[in-house]
Write a protein that binds this ligand. Structure first.
Ligand SMILES: Cc1cc2nc3c(=O)[nH]c(=O)nc-3n(C[C@H](O)[C@H](O)[C@H](O)COP(=O)(O)OP(=O)(O)OC[C@H]3O[C@@H](n4cnc5c(N)ncnc54)[C@H](O)[C@@H]3O)c2cc1C
Length: 471
């Protein structure tokens, strides 16, 4: 049997359920459709990931077919072209992903072509998980407790060899898709930081599991330490399976190589990823609206000037600027710093969380519709199980706590590298002599704060009070 394997957010060979089904059926024709909705950094990643995947398939004599157009229409055309009677794919748990999957199934049904789909993106099937009242969970901790106690993710499936089809269908050229930036090429920092593709994902995972996971629980909050897994873009593009992470971590804990507090903390973060997708499945409106409807009337100020300063890393708050510059340079930002910059934009600047989310969407290599939406709403205080709105991060104290010696700030904001530790997180409080010795002229070499922390905090609380009392 010739089976079409429709690839999407599952760019890997190992533990890929749809791929294994296609291989078991007979000859495999993998196809990937041009996605129209990604941001710039994701397109950069996608180019390299597809290029690696095509090489992996080529080792088995199989060609990765690239096509443009509506998947439902083109997959049907492809079936007719090559005489295929079956299509398999892994489900993508987002509004767009589920709608596309549904459309493909319907189109194939009409043409009497078999279609099978699988869950290879998540540990647990979101549509099957409910609380005791039979309604969807809205709070992470009971959700995750329920998942861990009641369900057991199946073990990862080994990769089986592939059988190519005799007559390969035509493919578009990856280079013609124009996914890489050219003028200017802003992606050099991304290339220096990442190795997209399954081999890069497995390498990152082994490095983390053999070393950095010990110390994860305590160290994950300090951006200058490379203590987290750095797997997020690999997970976003499906280059590594969450079931592998789950089972490898369980084994490492059982054999005593990883202690339970670190292993379980890491798995709980994978749990947050599950929860974000779960929320999208049960509350799809949160991709565009606040989960907490009270926030529909929030008096955002949406200053274009403040948004621009934030995007460029020129807010005058060193930990915020360091994060935004790390993002621009590498396509990544440490989780603690993501929380600080998101809080700063939504609460200090009163800019709508969607503007921040859009910027992240365009600049993150791990841009993920579920994690991005849920996390922005979590920080802004309007999400499911969100941080309370009145908890406003103080960017100075956050810097002093999580980057005590200013190592992270000095790395990404080099104009402050000679500032002493005492004032590195609030250079505007340094006296003239200290600033002169550090070679910093405020307002020239480094900006003065674009908002005053105490005033901005008071204004944010008043705005929140307004929607609270109007309900
Ligand atoms: C405002 C904001 C926006 C974010 N946008 C994204 C995004 O677009 N894509 C994305 O993958 N993550 C996003 N995150 C979550 C988190 O910051 C990243 O997943 C994490 O920093 C990735 O680094 P890591 O792989 O080393 O994480 P680790 O600490 O090693 O965690 C392992 C994996 O767990 C998942 N994970 C970790 N933290 C979270 C979380 N809070 N919510 C959901 N899943 C999580 C990720 O898949 C991550 O790769 C966002 C967080 C914030 C505060």
């Amino acid at each position: 049997m010739k089976t079409i394997l429709w690839l999407r957010e599952d760019l890997r060979l190992y533990d890929n359920l749809a791929l294994n089904q296609a291989a078991a059926d007979g000859e495999v024709i993998p196809v990937f459709f041009y996605p129209e909705h990604l941001g710039g950094a994701s397109y950069w990643w996608l180019h390299h990931s597809l290029s690696r995947l095509a090489e992996q398939f080529a080792e088995h004599g199989v060609t990765l077919i690239l096509r443009t157009g509506d998947p439902a229409r083109v997959v049907l055309k492809l079936c007719e072209e090559i005489g295929s009677t079956k299509v398999v794919f892994n489900r993508v748990y987002s509004s767009r992903g589920m709608a596309q999957g549904q459309a493909v199934k319907q189109a194939l049904q009409g043409a009497d072509i078999e279609c099978q789909s699988f869950n290879s993106q998540l540990l647990f099937e979101p549509g099957k998980i409910f609380n005791k009242q039979g309604t969807p969970f809205k709070v992470f901790t009971p959700f995750w407790k329920h998942c861990c106690a009641q369900l057991q993710p199946p073990a990862p499936q080994a990769f089986t060899t592939l059988k190519p089809v005799g007559d390969q269908p035509d493919s578009e050229q990856l280079s013609d898709w124009g996914l890489l930036p050219t003028r200017p090429n802003w992606a050099q920092g991304l290339a220096d930081t990442w190795q997209p593709g399954e081999a890069g994902a497995q390498q990152r995972w082994q490095e983390f599991l053999n070393d950095r996971i010990q110390g994860y629980k305590e160290g994950r909050d300090f951006p200058e330490r490379e203590q987290t897994s750095l797997l997020s873009p690999h997970l976003t593009f499906g280059e590594i399976s969450p079931r592998q992470l789950w089972h490898d971590t369980q084994e490492a804990m059982a054999s005593g190589l990883v202690d339970a507090s670190n292993g379980n903390k890491f798995l709980a973060e994978i749990g947050w990823r599950e929860f974000s997708r779960y929320l999208l499945v049960h509350f799809p409106q949160i991709e565009t609206e606040a989960f907490n409807q009270k926030f529909a009337d929030f008096p955002w100020k949406n200053s274009a000037k403040l948004l621009k300063a934030w995007q460029k890393g020129e807010t005058g708050y060193p930990i915020v600027d360091a994060g935004m510059r790390e993002l621009w340079h590498t396509g990544y930002m440490h989780n603690r710093v993501r929380m600080i910059v998101a809080s700063f934009l939504t609460k200090h600047c009163l800019v709508h969380w969607q503007s921040g989310m859009d910027w992240f969407w365009d600049t993150l290599v791990d841009a993920d519709v579920a994690n991005n939406t849920a996390s922005w709403q979590w920080v802004a205080g309007c999400g499911a199980d969100a941080a309370p709105y009145f908890r406003i991060f103080n960017p100075i104290l956050q810097g002093e706590k999580h980057d005590k010696l200013g190592v992270y700030v000095r790395r990404w904001v080099p104009e402050l590298k000679k500032m002493p530790n005492k004032t590195i997180h609030q250079p505007w409080t340094a006296d003239e002599e200290t600033l002169a010795e550090a070679g910093v002229k405020l307002g020239k070499d480094y900006p003065r704060p674009i908002v005053d922390h105490a005033d901005a905090r008071a204004e944010a609380l008043a705005a929140y009070q307004a929607i609270k009392s109007s309900s």
